[in-house]
Write a protein that binds this ligand. Structure first.
Ligand code: UD1
Ligand code: MG
Length: 450
């Protein structure tokens, strides 16, 4: 990594109206993580001396997120344009760094490598003041265009201000992101005037301003994919698809067996070890760890869970936050777990709710077992020991402790602690009436005939 230091401003105060969503645009999720987190993570990889995100004070969800993550926040309460937004950010920076990087919160795929390349260009000559991130013309796009002389940028013209004949001639498009020498940015931004068709302060104007000050402006070309901006739900879905592909390729390369990558959804922060097998149609959400040798069968929804070595999950399992399957645990079809720790060799193969519970080693939870953890007011926790057999359709009313080696007969309702190796049966007496079924059926059929 180069030794240049950076002040970074992430612009995120725009309205995002085209998302048609009450959520601030940059808080929309990509692979389960807010879009802006990608940009922040990239910014943090640099030799950062300081950074700020430009937000609006009414973007409460965004501001809460920034506060939780201890991100310096600047406010722009009137959206007067990109240069104005940068100006608001500059108020919170001391600019003792070498370069100031302007990123967009809605352009999440920008890479650290491209930023470092831009720095090389900026510092190659002491006359260089600005580096514009750009890409080659792609048919019918509405990005601003660079007017260049050799490799110098003369100015940037917004798409709406282009003359017809310029549209095909100017083939280098402005991705929006810029790198500017920290010792001149403030002076250049101050000089931006809103004299354009939109009446906005355009950041793009700093190219001409710097040039007029006797500096030169440069550009670097990157892949279009890296500069993809998110302005609509459709574009969000597109970026999500790209990120999903990257995540799954990373796991495939590391030795995770994903049978049908296109039909598997994995969160950005998932930790999946090699030698895990994931069958089609699984959702692996935020904060999930899946250890080697485990198999995730189809249609399982996993979130905030630890799945230890050689475990089997699903098909059709719902593994909710706080679940810990230590190792060699089986959680089968239509089983829901929440804040549940299942120790080595425990099994719940069919139809169960396991919430706020610890289950001991080699304990078997029968089909239809429900842990009643909620009494309508509070949640309660139960503990089931090792080698316990919980018969089908049992109801465990928390809080109880069910000791090692005990046996709960099918259909029991357990509301008291169970001693070691005890048998619990809580059924109503079973009565059989010889021939009664035949009599009832006969009576019914006569009624129908009448
Ligand atoms: C901008 C560029 C355009 C470029 C395009 C690439 C300008 C004048 N134009 O246009 O040349 O091709 O990006 O995507 O810079 N924002 C604020 N406050 C504001 C306005 C914008 O924070 O007052 C933020 C937005 O949240 C967004 C970013 O700045 O993250 C870009 O704003 P946007 O309105 O999308 O600029 P474009 O018109 O796309
Ligand atoms: Mg835009």
């Amino acid at each position: 990594m180069s030794n240049y230091t950076y002040s970074t401003i992430i612009l995120a105060a725009g309205q995002g109206t085209r998302m048609k969503s009450p959520l601030p645009k940059v808080m929309h999720k990509i692979a389960e993580v807010p879009m802006i987190e990608y940009v922040i993570n990239t910014a943090k990889k640099l030799n950062l001396s300081e950074f700020t995100v430009v937000s609006r004070s009414d973007a409460i969800i965004l501001n809460d997120f920034l506060e939780e993550n201890q991100v310096n926040t600047s406010y722009q309460n009137q959206q007067l344009g990109t240069a104005h937004a940068v100006k608001c950010g500059l108020k919170n920076l001391n600019l003792e760094s070498d370069a100031t990087l302007i990123l967009y919160g809605d352009t999440p795929l920008i890479s650290e490598e491209t930023i470092l390349k831009a720095s090389e260009v900026l510092f190659a000559d002491e006359k260089n003041a600005v580096v514009v991130f750009a890409f080659e013309y792609l048919e019918s796009n509405q990005y601003g265009r660079l007017e260049c002389q050799k490799d110098n940028v003369i100015k940037i013209i917004e798409f709406r201000d282009l003359e017809d004949k310029q549209i095909d001639k100017l083939t280098i498009c402005n991705a929006g992101i810029m790198l500017v020498r920290s010792n001149i940015i403030k002076k250049c931004i101050e000089k931006v005037e809103p004299n354009n068709s939109k009446g906005e302060y355009y950041l793009t104007d700093i190219v001409e301003i710097a040039n007029n000050e006797g500096f030169t402006s440069k550009y670097i070309l990157g892949e279009f994919e890296e500069f993809l901006g998110v302005n609509s739900q459709k574009e969000l879905a597109n970026v999500n698809k790209i990120v999903q592909e990257r995540i799954k390729n990373r796991f495939l390369d590391s030795g995770v067996s994903i049978i049908d990558p296109q039909n598997t959804y994995i969160s950005y922060d998932a930790n999946i070890e090699p030698n895990v097998t994931i069958y089609p149609f699984n959702f692996i959400g935020k904060n999930s760890v899946i250890r080697s040798g485990s198999i995730i069968n189809s249609f399982s929804h996993i979130e905030g869970a630890y799945i230890g070595e050689n475990s089997i999950v699903g098909p059709f399992a719902r593994i909710r936050p706080g679940t810990k399957l230590t190792e060699e645990v089986h959680v089968g079809s239509f089983v829901e777990t929440k804040k549940a720790k299942l120790n080595k060799g425990a099994k719940a193969n069919h139809l169960a709710y396991l919430g706020d519970i610890e289950i001991g080693e080699k304990t078997n939870i029968g089909a239809g077992t429900i842990i009643c953890n909620y009494d309508g007011f509070n949640k309660h926790k139960s503990v089931i020991g090792n080698d316990v057999f919980v018969g089908s359709n049992s109801t465990i009313i928390s809080p109880v402790e069910i000791a090692n080696g005990s046996f709960i007969a099918a259909g029991s309702v357990v509301s008291k602690n169970v001693e070691e190796e005890a048998l619990v049966v809580t059924r109503a007496e079973e009565k059989h009436y010889a021939g009664k079924a035949r009599i009832i059926k006969k009576r019914k059929s006569e009624e129908v005939k009448r």
